[in-house]
Design a protein around this ligand. Structure first.
Ligand SMILES: Nc1nc2c(ncn2[C@@H]2O[C@H](COP(=O)(O)OP(=O)(O)OP(=O)(O)O)[C@@H](O)[C@H]2O)c(=O)[nH]1
Ligand SMILES: [Mg+2]
Length: 192
């Protein structure tokens, strides 16, 4: 897979000049966005991974096969940031989703261990209101035992009131599970 890091944009004006379809990764801080992007790209450290939540504060653009961008978005819901910083992040993400000037689809990531939060619900609502194609990606499934996975999935589906036709992808970047489904989903969108 040919990948190029393009830019880290602090705002919409900083997005790449060249317009290509954008596949964005959004979720709570520390839910595994950067790890999943690396797994998706089959690169060890394209996107920066941190033990410290809240590290990704910019719109990070990676160009794939000269064909589309993956965008690593700032995580939300990190408790240890000021209200105004949190507010800024929200504003940026909202602007990004509602810009409507670039083709876009979104992976909404949820850590399998946690019940979806109000922030997750709000983000999902934005995606729906902006009428963006989205899928739900459950991350870190290596962290819970197989026999309770189904239970975890059910809680996510119920809490977010996901419809039956919402694409739903269990993954683990660590155990390398689920990549093919993500690639397929993106591939199908790009063909449209
Ligand atoms: N066990 C396990 N750990 C994971 C997995 N994916 C990510 N992690 C760990 O979770 C932590 C956060 O991962 P990141 O990929 O940096 O998460 P992020 O959502 O990009 O975080 P921010 O950029 O800070 O919002 C790191 O310590 C990762 O090693 C996974 O599939 N399994
Ligand atoms: Mg990150």
């Amino acid at each position: 897979m040919e990948v190029k890091f393009i830019t880290s944009a602090p705002n919409l004006a900083g997005r790449p000049e060249e317009i290509l379809p954008e596949i964005a990764f959004i979720g709570r801080s520390n839910c595994g966005k950067s790890s999943l992007i690396n797994y998706y790209l089959d690169r060890r450290s394209m996107a920066k991974i941190s033990g410290k939540p809240g590290k990704t504060r910019l719109l990070n653009y990676f160009e794939v096969e000269e064909n589309y961008y993956l965008v690593d978005l700032p995580g939300y819901g990190f408790a240890k940031v000021s209200k105004s910083t949190r507010h800024q992040w929200q504003k940026l993400i909202r602007q990004y989703f509602f810009a409507g000037d670039r083709p876009m689809a979104v992976f909404l990531l949820l850590d399998v261990r946690h019940k979806p939060t109000e922030d997750d619900k709000k983000t999902l609502k934005w995606l729906q209101d902006a009428e963006l194609p989205y899928s739900v990606v459950v991350t870190k499934i290596d962290k819970v035992s197989k026999n309770i996975l189904i239970e975890r999935y059910r809680e996510i589906v119920t809490t977010l009131q996901l419809s039956k036709n919402t694409p739903f992808f269990p993954t683990s970047s660590t155990a390398k599970i689920g990549r093919e489904n993500l690639l397929q989903w993106v591939g199908a969108l790009l063909e449209e």
